[in-house]
Design a protein around this ligand. Sequence first.
Ligand SMILES: Cc1cc2nc3c(=O)[nH]c(=O)nc-3n(C[C@H](O)[C@H](O)[C@H](O)COP(=O)(O)OP(=O)(O)OC[C@H]3O[C@@H](n4cnc5c(N)ncnc54)[C@H](O)[C@@H]3O)c2cc1C
Length: 447
Amino acid sequence: MTKRVFEGLSRRGLLAAAAGSVVSLAGCAGTEPRSRAGGRGVPDPVSFLRTSWSTDPLALCSYSFLAPSPLGVDVRTRLASSVGGRLHFAGEATSSEAPATTTGALISGRRAARDILKTARPGHSVTVVGAGFAGLGCARALTDAGVRVTVLEGRDRTGGRAWTKQIAGVPAEMGASWIHDWRGGNPVGRLLKQSGGRSSTFDYESVDGEDKAAMAELQPYTRKVNDAADPDTTAIGDLLPDKPSAALRWAANETYTQEYAAEPDQIAVSALEEGTGGSGGDVLLPDGYDKLIAEVQGDIKVRTGATVTGVRHDSTGTTLTLDGGEEIEADHTVITVPIGVLKAGRIAFDPPLPDEKQQAIDALGAGLLDKLWLEFDEVFWDRDASVIEWFDHDDPGLWAYWINGHKAFGKPVLLGFNAGAYAHRLAEHTDQQVVTSALTALRGMYP
Ligand SMILES: Cc1cc2nc3c(=O)[nH]c(=O)nc-3n(C[C@H](O)[C@H](O)[C@H](O)COP(=O)(O)OP(=O)(O)OC[C@H]3O[C@@H](n4cnc5c(N)ncnc54)[C@H](O)[C@@H]3O)c2cc1C
């Protein structure tokens, strides 16, 4: 998730924001000259870290997005609803409040816990499948209420799509990086405060390399998107020209693909209306997202290396099957696995999920955003901009979006993103090929 700066704005609000940038663009004549630092050449990196969320069997996507469907935004409430009062669903994809974020995941887990507590009797047991923000948030709330909880996690770690590694001595987030709209009651913002972790305000407007002429070319189309009559069933791409120019493809990638992790023709117009919004801007976490995972987990024990392959359920309870064949019974089960895992049918439900639920799983999109962290000996890029953009005219959208790790963390580190089709293309490549591709882009940016 890169540009949640638009989150919470209605299509009307988005239009107003877009119109504002048209006004400021009106003063620019064509493409502005690039203000690249450049000139000294791009050395090979000292180290790198790469993600591949689509090939990770316990994710099979980065996060959900709203695809065109007659179900519209109701698809998330359908996915969130329980089956037979014993089988419950949480996870970012079930959140209408803040889909595709850690905030939405945490809210959804606590919501599932509240639902269970409405009917659970003393002594009841609950299994929670998945130990990301949703699963841990759910387990924490249930444990605090005195319910017996078992958390089953397929990985050898907790956190799921919040996963902090280290590069150049700074936290390299492989999944979530920002807390979006972090003040104004955001529960993940509250966790940060409780944990004593630091925040670093991020300015999405501080950009080097934006192609303003390309962005201006997109403006009439963003207006059409905002005015679309059937936002649930219309794809953003339906409102773009059949044969978009390279500039339009680049601008659409920056605006939609990097945000929703899918191509414009896969994203419903109503995706822009999702979420209840928030306030307080966006922050990076100099102490790492893993500190927040530890905060929400507290003393809750998680059984790692436990992949659930089957769920039997009826009106009296649930029985889970693990990949080794072991069975675990409980009064309730909460499924928090990513939408990619549900769509791939990696968990067999017996009886099968009701049509309503399966339709919601089929209708939601599973987006792909991948990251490449690069550590260099020294900084060769603009030290002041938070975001660095790149327009590859042959492949508009490839390595289009970078975060300046020097500005964020004071180290010679860059974070490159690819989303949608380009991310899927790179997922088929080796680490070395991906790093070479990134260096080719950087050498085009800083010749
Ligand atoms: C590259 C990237 C960038 C992102 N950027 C941001 C950002 O900046 N800010 C933001 O707020 N959000 C961001 N997100 C989204 C955010 O990370 C997720 O919305 C959130 O972490 C999801 O939490 P969850 O609990 O719903 O799912 P997960 O964290 O995926 O937890 C589900 C857990 O279920 C486990 N599991 C899966 N299948 C099984 C099984 N069969 N048996 C047992 N366990 C299983 C998984 O291993 C996982 O641990 C980003 C995501 C990615 C991938």
